[in-house]
Design a protein around this ligand. Structure first.
Ligand code: NAD
Length: 253
């Protein structure tokens, strides 16, 4: 995970859901010290992902994007095998891909429950497992998972999402304990209310409800989350593992 691990060549970084929103900001923030920043996404088209790749290349790193459903175990395994073969390993994995399918539990379909758990929680398992053996062999690497404040405090209308994010937090701590002795750090960030496509469609009353709980009195930006991820991925956070850093403007204390 150290910035100098690959000598002059720099780190190899993979950000899931890196086409837009928080994932794009994380990808751009991780350019420093990187040789390659690779993103995947599951948007209907490649436009946003291509734009991210263009910005990454403009910042001087090798970059590429692929449409990949992180909930698909076999496809994820194949993708990371290709990355590891091409670059020799992954230094930093950011499990950022996530979705919502909000409704009260009383009305929630089985499909909405299954899909959110599959993408947010199983997707994190799939990608982590696909890189961990190689990280363990190289005795270096870092994984940062994007959880949510909702995974700690719950939220009416988000039983599926909150459960998936609580699962991501528990996965983070458990995996951190499994691989710490190999020099691999596993941490999470728990964003609060961040302005992205995910939150753009929320009803005004829901947005106002969130804002009333935020100590700093405003929504956060993707860049403010990315800054913390960038720090967690760096040697500056070399003695942190199994932690959940809340980036919520004081929504959660
Ligand atoms: N926006 C917020 O307020 C907020 C708060 C807390 C946590 N988060 C978390 O931050 C992460 C990013 O959220 P965002 O707000 O940037 O969302 P977004 O909707 O703007 O972007 C989501 C990204 O995930 C990708 N994605 C969706 N399903 C996928 C799949 N099956 N396989 C691979 N990629 C997939 C999309 O293509 C896109 O790149 C998510 O995990 C989300 O739960 C967001």
């Amino acid at each position: 995970m150290s910035e100098g691990d690959r000598g002059d060549s720099g780190r190899v970084v993979v950000v899931t859901g890196g086409s837009r929103g928080i994932g794009r900001a994380i990808a751009l923030a991780l350019v420093e010290g990187a040789r390659a920043v690779l993103i995947n996404h599951y948007d209907p088209d490649d436009d946003a992902a291509q734009e991210t790749v263009g910005r990454l290349e403009g910042a001087g790193v090798e970059a590429d994007q692929v449409k990949l459903d992180v909930s698909d175990f076999g496809a994820v395994k194949e993708y990371f095998e290709g990355v590891i073969e091409r670059f020799g390993g992954v230094d930093v994995l950011v499990n950022n891909a996530g979705i919502t399918a909000d409704t009260l539990l009383v009305r929630m379909s089985e499909a909405d429950w299954d899909r959110v758990i599959a993408v947010n929680l199983k997707g994190t398992f799939n990608c982590s497992q696909a890189v961990i053996r190689s990280m363990m062999q190289r005795r270096t690497g870092g994984i940062i998972n994007v959880a949510s404040v909702v995974g700690l405090v719950g939220n009416a209308g988000q039983t599926n999402y909150a459960a998936s994010k609580a699962g991501v937090i528990a996965l983070t701590k458990s995996l951190a304990r499994e691989v710490g002795a190999r020099g691999i750090r596993v941490n999470a960030v728990a964003p609060g209310y961040i302005e992205t496509d995910m939150t753009a469609h929320l009803p005004e009353r829901v947005k106002e409800g969130f804002l009333s709980q935020i100590t700093l009195g405003r929504a956060g930006s993707p860049e403010e989350v990315a800054e913390v991820v960038s720090w967690l991925a760096s040697d500056r956070a070399s003695y942190l593992t199994g932690q959940v850093v809340h980036v919520s403007g004081g929504m959660y204390m």
